[in-house]
Design a protein around this ligand. Sequence first.
Ligand code: G3P
Length: 217
Amino acid sequence: MKFFVDTADVAAIAELNDLGMVDGVTTNPSLIMKSGRDITEVTKEIAAMIDGPVSAEVVALDLGRDGRRGPQAGADRAQHRHQGAAHRDGLKACRQLSSEGYMVNVTLCFSANQALLAAKAGASFISPFIGRLDDINLDGMQVIADIRQIYDNYDFDTEILAASIRSVNHASEAARIGADIMTAPPDVIRKMAEHPLTDRGLETFLKDWEKTGQKIL
Ligand code: G3P
């Protein structure tokens, strides 16, 4: 499973990149707003830091000048991914940009049918927002499972990018179901390494080692 980090916080990306846990980065206008940074500057910094894809949301409702710009400003062509919403204009833009050789990440996906349309429109990635489905008492994981089955039935190449991940359980469940990628906030990825029994065991090992009085020379 590939790990993308869902943030515009450059320091957090650098920290996780040093651990080898960053295969890509996703941002959106809300994350840019939270960072307080300029979208072009921050996208450039992220693209220079990591090897994988960097997604920046398309910031227009059609493919006019603004619909093509934002993301292109920061990353080179190899890393550059457009993100567009899974509505009709977004799918139209996806078809057009895919035919021009761009990789497109279709976001704000909330149903298997939207994912089916995105795959037919040539999307490289489909991003079901599972946390937001759970927020309204729907089953986000079931949507991932349905998309997995549909894509496998027809051998679609579109990769399933589990998004709006809110917890470590979301992460492991998305992996179990077979999402190709997950994009998670830095804190969720950090927490995946934590377990109280690991901490307790480590403490005991260190104490017992001290009691032996031995030194490794
Ligand atoms: O990956 C999409 C993500 O940024 C949305 O997450 O927590 O705002 O639903 P959330």
